[in-house]
Write a protein that binds this ligand. Structure first.
Ligand code: AMP
Length: 251
C-alpha cells in the first residue's frame, strides 16, 4: 500500500497506477466497519482501490465540531492495508485548498433543506471537496454510504449536472448490534448517551409518521434538528449533548 501525503507527488506519480477499473472511497478517517464495508465493495469491484483520509475543514459549520473530530491515523492505515487498499491519499488542507476556497460548488435547493438548513455551508464544503478529490483521483467508480443519504443524493446530482465521468455506487448503512448506525462521531458519546443513541434508529423504524418519531426522540432526551419523510425515506438528525447523529430508513 502506497501512502501519499503530498498532492503534488500523487499527481506526478499517478500514471504508475494504471490498472482499471479504478475505485475510490473518500473518508474523513477514524475508520470503522461502515467505512470498511465501502472499501470491501470497492476492492471487490475494481482492479485498483484508492482511499482518501482527509478531514475536510470547509464542511464544518461549527469550529468546535472540527476541532474535536476524532483522528486515528495509525489504526486507519493498518485497517486499510489489511483490507487490500492500493493507495491512500492523506493530504493536508493547504494542499486541497491552494485557492483558499475561492472556488466552490454550490447547490441552491436541496442542499438548503434537512441537514443543510441546520448546517449553513456544509454541503458547499462537501460537494467542493468531493469534486476536487474526484478530479485528483479520476476513478471509474466512487463509493458512498447511504448513512449520509442527503450527501449521497447531492453527489449523484452534482456528477450528473457537471457530466463527470464517474459511476457513483451507494452502499447500505452498517449498524452496531443494537441498531445504532456506525459513525466516527459515536466515539464522542459518553456511556449514558451511547446507551440512549440506538433510540434514533428505533424511533425512525417503529413510528407511523415523522412527527411520532420526533416525539419519541424528544422523550428519549434528544434535541431534534429534523425528522422528515422524503419520497421513500425517513431522515433525521438529532443531538445528544454536543454530538449530532444522523440516520435514515426506507419507508
Ligand atoms: P465520513 O468519514 O463520515 O465522511 O464517511 C466516509 C464515507 O463512509 C461516506 O460515504 C459515508 O456515507 C460512509 N459511511 C460512514 N458511516 C457509514 C455506515 N455506518 N455505513 C455505511 N457507510 C458509512
Amino acid at each position: 500500500m502506497k501512502v501519499f501525503e503530498s498532492v503534488a507527488e500523487w499527481q506526478a506519480r499517478r500514471h504508475e497506477f494504471v490498472a482499471r477499473p479504478l475505485g475510490f472511497v473518500p473518508t474523513m478517517g477514524a475508520l470503522h466497519q461502515g467505512h470498511l464495508s465501502l472499501v470491501k465493495t470497492c476492492t471487490a469491484e475494481n482492479a485498483l482501490t484508492v482511499v482518501s483520509v482527509f478531514v475536510n475543514p470547509t464542511q464544518f459549520d461549527d469550529k468546535q465540531d472540527f476541532e474535536k473530530y476524532p483522528a486515528d491515523t495509525r489504526s486507519d492505515l493498518a485497517r486499510l492495508e489489511a483490507a487490500g487498499v492500493d493507495v491512500v491519499l492523506m493530504p493536508d488542507a493547504t494542499q486541497i485548498y491552494r485557492d483558499e476556497y475561492r472556488f466552490k460548488v454550490t447547490e441552491s435547493e436541496f442542499s438548503r433543506r434537512l441537514c443543510g438548513a441546520h448546517r449553513p455551508g456544509h454541503f458547499d464544503g462537501v460537494l467542493t471537496v468531493v469534486m476536487r478529490l474526484l478530479n485528483l483521483v479520476g476513478p471509474d467508480n466512487a463509493y458512498f454510504g447511504e448513512k449520509d443519504y442527503q450527501q449521497l443524493q447531492l453527489i449523484r446530482d452534482m456528477v450528473s449536472a457537471f457530466f463527470m465521468p464517474v459511476n457513483i455506487v451507494a452502499c447500505p448503512t452498517v449498524r452496531e448490534a443494537d441498531g445504532l448506525a456506525m459513525s466516527s462521531r459515536n466515539r464522542l458519546l459518553d456511556e449514558n448517551q451511547r446507551a440512549r443513541a440506538p433510540a434514533l434508529y428505533a424511533a425512525l423504524k417503529s413510528s407511523r409518521t415523522a412527527d411520532e418519531a420526533r416525539h419519541k426522540l424528544i422523550d428519549e432526551g434528544f434535541v431534534v434538528d429534523y425528522v422528515e419523510d422524503l419520497e421513500h425515506r425517513r431522515l433525521a438528525a438529532a443531538r445528544l449533548g454536543s454530538t449530532r447523529l444522523i440516520d435514515n430508513v426506507e419507508i
